[in-house]
Design a protein around this ligand. Sequence first.
Ligand code: ATP
Ligand code: MG
Length: 119
Amino acid sequence: MGGETIRALDDISLEIEHGEFVAIMGPSGSGKSTLMNIIGCLDIADHGDYVLDGKAINQLRDAQLAEIRNRKFGFVLQNFNLLPRLNAYENVKLPLIYRGMSRKEREPLVRQALEAVVW
Ligand SMILES: Nc1ncnc2c1ncn2[C@@H]1O[C@H](COP(=O)(O)OP(=O)(O)OP(=O)(O)O)[C@@H](O)[C@H]1O
Ligand SMILES: [Mg+2]
């Protein structure tokens, strides 16, 4: 389409340690969502390196990124992004199925997770 290239992030250098809490703040259009998408392995930077738990993320394929998201990230989105055809139990269960976890293993985990938020 010949649109001009937008540089969403420029000269970012950031190190986040295990257990560290970080808030990313900045004006609209400053690249917060772009950075979050890269950190969460939803997107890959055109240039530069991203190392997660000692592993270089830049060269990975989609399936490998999906595997990392499944095992290392919990996303809390403003609109939740639950699957409307599934009930709460099934929504929580689904990523564990993708992870290859047996029914016996996952059932107590799903219950624990739901019990933690139901009152
Ligand atoms: N899909 C897209 N196509 C073209 N440009 C985009 C796209 N997404 C983001 N941009 C541009 O990249 C830059 C960074 O956008 P980004 O969405 O990361 O900013 P942000 O800090 O999350 O903004 P906001 O506070 O409004 O959510 C902006 O110039 C934006 O216009
Ligand atoms: Mg944003």
